[in-house]
Design a protein around this ligand. Structure first.
Ligand SMILES: [Zn+2]
Length: 264
């Protein structure tokens, strides 16, 4: 896949990876007991970051760390807020036009939590930044949940799923190939989600901003959103198995990235 680097050649430009641990300290996504999804996303994303950072073939970025959004991103949001607002607005208008003209067909998507306009703006901001900085791949790191009467009760679904852009979006092809490589690695160890809309393991979606809704990611910016499992699963409830999970899942995700970019 893509550029091959052999030992005799001079290394080419590193592939640029942007890691996005889902949610943040203010809006933390799913929650089970005293565990918050945003914190789990950050632990796993940081492990992936630390592995990729040591590999000269990659240049890796992350949107937040233990102190909140990293400087690149907090600066970007304060300096370019207005530009991000127009970026989102223009993309949505263009999409409405495409739908009206019959150039884009709306489909039903798997259910997702609705995000506030504030969070939406951040996600559009990541996309705008990724386009401007020629990011090769964005990896969104999440843990799953679904609406239940009582969030303290263990739910019925388990397993991982990956979301990729709809076929009609320009970054579909690259994202799909990348997703397949990561999927192959994760599936060696973990089961696919048993929630019906997720049972294929790799699911296309039109509405997730993270993977380029409204055509907001350039064709060269692959984007995958990984839900590594349901937050209440047994493997995450126990400290020891959870730590082991972070370690294994980080290694498998990196293996998938390597296999995609360096052909295996
Ligand atoms: Zn999430």
């Amino acid at each position: 896949m893509a550029k091959n680097i052999s030992n005799t050649q001079k290394p080419e430009k590193p592939f640029k990876i942007l890691l996005i641990p889902g949610h943040d300290n203010e809006v933390w996504g799913a929650e089970y007991g005293n565990r918050k999804e945003a914190d789990m996303n950050l632990v796993l994303a940081t492990k992936i970051y630390n592995i990729l950072k040591e590999d000269k073939r990659f240049k890796v970025f992350i949107t937040r760390d233990g102190n909140g959004y990293t400087k690149d991103f907090s600066d970007y949001f304060s300096a370019y807020k207005e530009d991000i607002i127009s970026f989102e607005k223009n993309a949505k208008e263009k999409m409405v036009g495409n739908i009206t003209d019959g150039n884009f067909v709306r489909k039903k998507n798997a259910p997702h939590h609705r995000v506030s306009s504030n969070i939406a703006l951040r996600l559009y901001g990541f996309n705008k930044w990724a386009n401007e900085n020629n990011i090769d791949a964005m990896v969104h790191i999440h843990f799953n949940d679904y609406p239940r009467a009582n969030n303290w009760v263990i739910g019925k679904y388990k397993g991982f799923v990956m979301y990729i852009p709809d076929q009609q979006l320009s970054n579909y092809k690259g994202s799909e190939s990348l997703a397949k490589k990561i999927f192959m690695e994760l599936h060696k160890k973990y089961p696919i989600s048993n929630f019906l809309p997720e049972k294929k393991g790799i699911v296309t979606d039109q509405q997730l901003i993270a993977i380029g809704a409204n055509g907001t990611l350039d064709a060269s910016v692959r984007s995958v959103l990984i839900e590594y499992g349901y937050i209440y699963e047994k493997i995450f409830r126990n400290n020891k198995t959870r730590s082991q999970f972070y370690k294994d899942a980080a290694n498998l995700t990196v293996k998938g990235l390597e296999n995609y970019f360096f052909g295996k």
